[in-house]
Design a binder for this molecule. Structure first.
Ligand code: CA
Length: 230
C-alpha cells in the first residue's frame, strides 16, 4: 500500500515504544521509532512523518520543546503522551498546537481511536478546506459561515453573537480539544477573573440549544479541566 501513513513514535520507555509501534503496524501504519528527544528531532526532520506521537517526559529534553520546533513550520498532527497527572502540561501542549493527548497508562483501543481521529481530521482540512464563506456540517448540524446561521436538520438555531462566535471557532478546530484559554483569547481577546464563568455560561446555552443531553453523544464534549472538543 503506497498511501501508508508514516508515524513517528517518540517515547523513551522501550516497552511502551515497542507496544505502540506494534499496535500501529498491526493496523497497517508505517512507524519510525525514536528513543529520546535528540533522536526524535533528527528522525522528524529526516522522515517528515504524517503524524507524531510524542512523549512529554524524555530523558534529554522536554517534549513540549520539540512540539514548539515542529509547529514553527508544520501543521502535521501531533498526539502528546503524558504520564503526568498535572492538567497544566496537557493544556500547555494543546496551546502549543498539539492535536490531542493521551494519558498514560492508556488502552490500546483509546490510542488507536485518537490516531484515526487526528489523521481523519488532518485529511479533511488539507482537502477542500473550510473557506470563510463555506459551510460546516456534522451529522444534523450545519453552520453557514457566510450567513452566520446554524441549523439542526432544517430548523434554524438562534444563537447570540457570542454563542455563534464560540461555536464557529470550535467547528473550525473540530476533532481537536480547544483549551478554555484559547477560546477566551479568540472570543474576548483578553481574560479576566470572570472569563471562565462567562465561557461556561455561553457554552451551557450553546449545548442546550443544540439539544445536548447528559450521557448521550453530543456535538460538543467537555474535557473536564482542559477545554472543549467538537
Ligand atoms: Ca517518558
Amino acid at each position: 500500500m503506497s498511501s501508508k501513513y508514516k508515524i513517528l513514535v517518540i517515547e523513551d520507555e522501550k516497552n511502551i515504544r515497542h507496544l505502540i509501534s506494534a499496535l500501529l503496524e498491526a493496523d497497517g501504519y508505517q512507524t519510525v521509532p525514536a528513543r529520546d528527544f535528540s533522536n526524535g528531532k533528527m528522525l522528524y526532520f529526516s522522515h517528515r512523518p504524517d503524524l507524531v506521537i510524542l512523549d512529554l517526559g524524555l530523558p534529554d529534553g522536554d517534549g513540549t520543546d520539540l512540539l514548539r520546533e515542529i509547529r514553527k513550520d508544520s501543521l502535521i498532527p501531533v498526539i502528546v503522551l503524558s504520564a503526568r497527572m498535572d492538567e497544566s502540561d496537557k493544556v500547555e501542549a494543546l496551546d502549543l498546537g498539539a492535536n490531542d493527548y493521551v494519558t498514560k497508562p492508556f488502552s490500546s483501543a483509546e490510542l488507536m481511536a485518537r490516531v484515526r481521529s487526528v489523521l481523519r481530521t488532518a485529511a479533511l482540512h488539507t482537502g477542500t478546506g473550510l473557506s470563510p464563506g463555506g459551510v460546516f456540517t456534522l451529522d444534523d448540524l450545519t453552520i453557514d459561515y457566510g450567513a452566520r446561521k446554524v441549523f439542526i436538520g432544517q430548523s434554524e438555531i438562534r444563537l447570540t453573537h457570542t454563542e455563534y462566535d464560540i461555536l464557529s471557532y470550535l467547528s473550525r478546530c473540530s476533532g481537536k480539544v480547544v483549551t478554555y484559554s484559547a477560546i477566551i483569547k479568540e472570543i474576548w481577546g483578553y481574560s479576566d477573573s470572570g472569563s471562565i464563568k462567562k465561557l461556561q455560561v455561553n457554552m451551557a446555552n450553546i449545548r442546550k440549544k443544540l439539544g445536548a443531553k447528559p450521557g448521550k453523544k453530543n456535538y460538543i464534549e467537555n474535557e473536564l479541566g482542559i477545554g472543549y472538543r467538537m
